[in-house]
Design a protein around this ligand. Sequence first.
Ligand code: PEP
Ligand code: MN
Length: 337
Amino acid sequence: MIVVMEQDATADQIQHMAERIESLGLKSHVIHGTEHTVIAAIGEKREHMKESLESGAGVSKVVPIMAPYKIASREVKPEPTCVSVGSLSVGGGKLGVIAGPCSVESEEQLMECAHAVKAAGGTALRGGAFKPRTSPYSFQGLKEEGLKILAAAREETGLSIVTEVLATDDVDMVASYADVLQIGARNMQNYRLLEAVGNVDSAVLLKRGPSASMDELLLAAEYILNEGNQNVMLCERGIRTFEGHTRFTLPLASVTYLHHKTHLPIVIDPSHGTGHAYMVPDMAVAAAAIKTDGLIIEMHPRPDEAFSDGYQSLDFDMFNETMSRIKSMANNVGMTI
Ligand code: PEP
Ligand code: MN
């Protein structure tokens, strides 16, 4: 249920209602909107509860939340959420551009990327230190050494750091280096991991599982929000279909759909979504045209030498060119980078 407070409700009345919700055995989430403050009452609802809450001082109305996800729903918070961490702002008219290599391979490789991202106008640096690889014999990442290199690159360029956390046990350690914790596609439904990142201060980039529905993605986000972390970005990175001309099938309609259903910002990953460097620029610009809130793009100083995902990584010239196109499209649709 959503308890919609009157426009002139006092802080005491809001606090009192939050406590009343908790006393009914429900969880309360206070959301301050531009017009009204609303309190989401989450948990198993029983018949008498609506009436009991409706009579509270300062309450305008109590309405049910129809969507299966609650805190993520636009019904609870109609205004878009902007996730802002250091150099990166995603959502509410801000287009964040996260770029960097698939994997951190060495200090030299990452620093080259960091300077190239910064020079081209990207707003955050990505790089995997813990890599989820299909084969146990493939490069697994530099682990904590990779995180130290990422932190050094932030120090040098001021770019916020986005990196994947693979396991619940590593969350505190990865969070001590990173600004944004990426939950990879393979882990979208690892519920203990989602709860763990819901309890840290870092922002979270939650990638869609390759066979997950939109409701499943939003319910996965709900696990994080429900623990208290409200800085969640959703990432469309392509799904598995019968089609083989791309590595995954990248549904750009996800941007429009998610903007309709949730206030959380949406990031498009055209690199994993297509699996081919030559397709990445057009998909990035197309996503900007429909006002995606963010992009995450793989790039590498020498893609043919990359330890992972070289075939879908842009070289620096392609990245520069793509950034110019993204900037001019953002400008056309009224977004700022
Ligand atoms: C990545 O970003 O390099 C990655 C492994 O992505 P995904 O989880 O979407 O496959
Ligand atoms: Mn990759």
